[in-house]
Design a protein around this ligand. Structure first.
Ligand code: R2B
Length: 299
């Protein structure tokens, strides 16, 4: 049975209007948001990714998947905010989120509220991205199961009102399985795996790199850490999964994280693939999301 988004914030019902500041979308009347429902009420899937150009490319890719013959340039609905990009292709909303949980959480809060005001039914949020791999070949696509933080704890830790708040960080099994059905085809020529993900707040020291501006450990300590990650079933490292899984769990909205590895961290820190290979690797999560969406809409 379809259901709308019910957010766990009792204060929202006391707000007569809500300006989604970073998206530059004004919900002028929260009680009767029919304008918002008209524009966004059909949204079933929200795709999120780091950069605006990748989300534009994905918008064009999905336009094709959805059988839309429009050839116009996708319109950035959040251009006025100069922070994030927001595109809409039929029932799919696409948003950029920048690098890391702090920037991604800002736009995710606003997207979740948008889904609620628009009365979207049973939406799913899918992050697609690039990441470092741990013991897997570059180009492997990882669908996250449990998200670990930089302390190697399977939880999302966030300071709220000066207190350490800890929340669960995993993605719903059913969504993972639905996505996997659309990956792992022999003709793809790459592996799509389900694995755990470490999500850090720092790309360099937080991920055990020795090539940042500051580093107080050696290569041996780094490898020991990465091997510990591997033992925990962690096969990729990125910077958003703990926040994304935990916030969507709190909001009761289905979500998934699908990332392609662009370096095997057991072999080094620098991303050495060519821009062409990176572009080709970035298409892999597109392919899987595209097939998933095709499956959803029977296209
Ligand atoms: C992967 O790539 C970005 C860092 O380059 C970050 O957003 C992530 O998780």
């Amino acid at each position: 049975m379809s259901k709308g988004v019910e957010l766990k914030n009792p204060n929202l019902k006391n707000m007569s209007s809500d300006y989604l500041y970073h998206l530059t979308i004004n919900v002028a009347n929260t009680v009767d948001a029919s304008d918002i429902q008209q524009q966004f009420g059909d949204v079933k899937v929200v795709c999120m990714g780091g950069t605006s150009s990748r989300m534009r490319d994905l918008a064009l890719y999905l336009r094709n998947v959805l059988g839309n013959s429009d050839t116009s340039e996708p319109i950035d609905l959040a251009a006025g905010g100069h922070r994030y990009a927001l595109f809409k292709e039929g029932p799919v909303l696409l948003a950029s989120h920048g690098v890391g949980s702090s920037t991604a959480s800002v736009v995710l809060h606003e997207l979740l509220k948008l889904l609620k005001y628009a009365k979207c039914q049973d939406p799913v949020i899918i992050r697609i991205g690039t990441c470092g791999g741990v013991g897997v070949a570059p180009g492997t696509v990882v669908v996250t199961k449990n998200a670990f933080n930089g302390y190697l704890r399977n939880e999302h830790e966030i300071p709220i009102l000066g207190k350490r708040v800890v929340r669960p960080a995993y993605f719903p099994e059913q969504v993972i399985q639905d996505i996997l059905k659309h990956g792992n085809r022999s003709e793809d020529g790459f592996d799509t795996i389900i694995a755990n993900t470490m999500s850090t707040d720092c790309f360099y020291e937080g991920q055990g790199r020795i090539d940042g501006a500051v580093c107080e450990y050696d290569d041996a300590a780094k490898l020991e850490f990465l091997k510990e990650c591997h033992k925990l079933g962690i096969r990729n490292i990125e910077m958003e999964a703990t926040m994304l899984s935990s916030l969507t769990l709190q909001a009761g909205v289905k979500a998934a994280d699908i990332c392609v590895t662009i370096v095997n961290r057991l072999n080094g820190d620098q991303v050495e693939i060519t821009p062409e290979t990176k572009k080709a690797f970035e298409q892999r999560p597109f392919l899987i999301v595209g097939r998933y969406i095709q499956g959803l809409f029977g296209k």
